[in-house]
Design a protein around this ligand. Sequence first.
Ligand code: NDP
Length: 313
Amino acid sequence: MSEELERRKCVIIGSGPAGYTAAIYAARADMEPLVYTGMQPGGQLTITTEVDNYPGYPDGVNGPQMMEDLRKQAERFGTEVRYELVTEVDFTGPVHKVIINDKTVLADSVIIATGASAKWLGLESEQRLNGFGVSACAVCDGFFYKGQEVVIVGAGDTAAEEASYLAKLCSKVTMLVRRDEMRASKAMQHRVMNTPNIEILFNHETVEILGDKGVEGVKAKNNATGEEITIPCTGFFVAIGHKPNTDIFKGWLDMDETGYLKVTPGSSKTKIPGVFASGDAADKVYRQAVTAAGTGCMAALDAERYLADIGIH
Ligand code: NDP
């Protein structure tokens, strides 16, 4: 006789602001949610230092602290948190399967909150100084470099948008563009090119980020001439794109060409009944903690209604 599988009303995959907000709402609605945290419990905010733009924290809050608070709030209402990684899903039947290596949990509803990960250059110095002057989010961390000189790498719309944002705060922004042209839309290119305190260095690649305890400068190489230069700066922003963590849903759910999950506009519904998507995994536009929390709430409310409709209480 085969072993009976654990069955839950609501399984939440991911533990950033979307996952934990979904858990708070689901727990309070007696859905007894089970959260699988994934590889980075707490998500992207655990690699930021200070969060100053989340409403309700007049003095700011440190990212890891905020995520711990969210976890505790979810647990207070009965959420179960497991520090494991979901490796596979099976959405064939009316009851969904969430697979963790060789273990399967049945779920009447699934909330996806797997987030996105910033792409990094892959330099040792970038990793070492991450959170100490190196950041992948200008909107989160730009404020700390008010009046200072910063460097941003990337040439897409995100890099252009973040460079414009930084230019309002910082005395100088140097943009490192690896080719002789930018990928960003023409409108965004015009904007950065017409901002007096943004200098664009085409054909430049980052060799190393300099500094011991904080960023002091960047060594960059002109890939057309081979010449190396050192740019003094206190902040280094990486804006070379994000990757949604949605690989395990390929073949099951609709996604755009870059892997962001598609939902019915104005809701968190995916094309599979009982499967809801929230947070950065389904949002390439806003990508903020507060918007992720908002869509996490939507997913829990959508899941609650779905369970009621199919008679699960
Ligand atoms: P993109 O993938 O569009 O751009 C990434 C950029 O990073 C490219 O210019 C790329 O260079 C560069 N890059 C990648 N790897 C490296 C590396 N190792 N070293 C140096 N540079 C590197 O990502 P975005 O995040 O900018 O945008 C994602 C999507 O979101 C796009 O479709 C964009 O249009 C959209 N978006 C729209 C906005 C808006 O409309 N307001 C705002 C922000 C994003 P290369 O060009 O040489 O490949």
